[in-house]
Design a protein around this ligand. Sequence first.
Ligand code: GTP
Ligand code: MG
Ligand code: ZN
Length: 335
Amino acid sequence: MELIQLGLEPWFIKQAVELCTPEQRIARVTAVDRGWYVVRNEDGEGSARVTGKFLHSTESTSDMPCVGDWVCLHYDSENSACIHTILPRKSFLGRKSAGKNIEFQMIAANIDVAFIVQSCHYDFNVPRLERYLVMANEGHVEPVLVLTKTDLVSADELEQLILEIRRGGISARIVALSNVTGAGLDQIKELMGFGKTYCLLGSSGVGKTTLINQLTGQDTLKTGTVSDSGEGRHTTIRRQLIVLEQGAMIVDTPGMREVGIFAGSEGMDELFDDIQELALSCRFSNCGHSNEPGCAVLQAIKDGKLNQEHYGNYVKLKKESEVNETSYADKRKKR
Ligand SMILES: Nc1nc2c(ncn2[C@@H]2O[C@H](COP(=O)(O)OP(=O)(O)OP(=O)(O)O)[C@@H](O)[C@H]2O)c(=O)[nH]1
Ligand SMILES: [Mg+2]
Ligand SMILES: [Zn+2]
């Protein structure tokens, strides 16, 4: 397998020329396992560790290699490979980590398209979709929404769900998919290009791994049943980059319980650009859009030009991301 088939673009080659020494080799991280990394290059897959020097130079968990990263590898002996450098990431997916210490946790790097997966059945939730969209925008990853389990709803119900997404001002591409009937699978396949890397995101039990098994045509990855309330059982436990025969790559991820976001920059702005634009016409430049006179945002809601829920979610995410940013900044300062 050539590196180009693993997604090595000219941009990364340029970085590698600068950052890897001549005796080092380029490889891509395909899985992470408690301090060990599975890496892949022309010679196949093997394991690697990071050097002590590398560890010493890291400041946060996001500086550690993650699935999708391109790295400079050095083979010390035949079975021992060391990661010396991570090449700069062209895109990334990450979130505020769960737990009381707020830190940015990488999910995957160098992803071209994020498949944001929700099930039509129980899991469907527009505000949660918006959180994933912010995550994708933030990391410069193109989002595609995948609505699974369409076999469990009627055509009318499916249409309503899509309408609801569009009413929320979301314009991302939507693919309706059933892993049972196979409807929509061709659309997914057509979307996937040679040498491009895709990442599945979504709650547990929505059918992420089942989709990969459909794409590979094999039942190699483990899937799990859902409870009566439609909740998944967290079957997938680690992130893993899978190379498909068609020449595309896809990262399977464990279902997420929460999608904490950081924002304040492009991620939020892009998704809520309708609100940003309206805000330009508010009478006061520091308008909080709550009860100020001459507020263009409130007027648009009143006139039915802006969806109330979309706006409500904006306010909630904005508040949350500001809290996250502050505590994250505080934490980094204290180091
Ligand atoms: N009816 C129906 N069931 C599906 C569909 N896709 C997946 N399932 C079922 O949903 C359950 C969960 O599927 P998984 O692929 O394990 O879900 P997952 O998103 O990978 O879940 P985690 O690994 O826990 O994050 C399995 O029992 C699948 O057979 C679908 O399109 N329709
Ligand atoms: Mg899974
Ligand atoms: Zn206003």
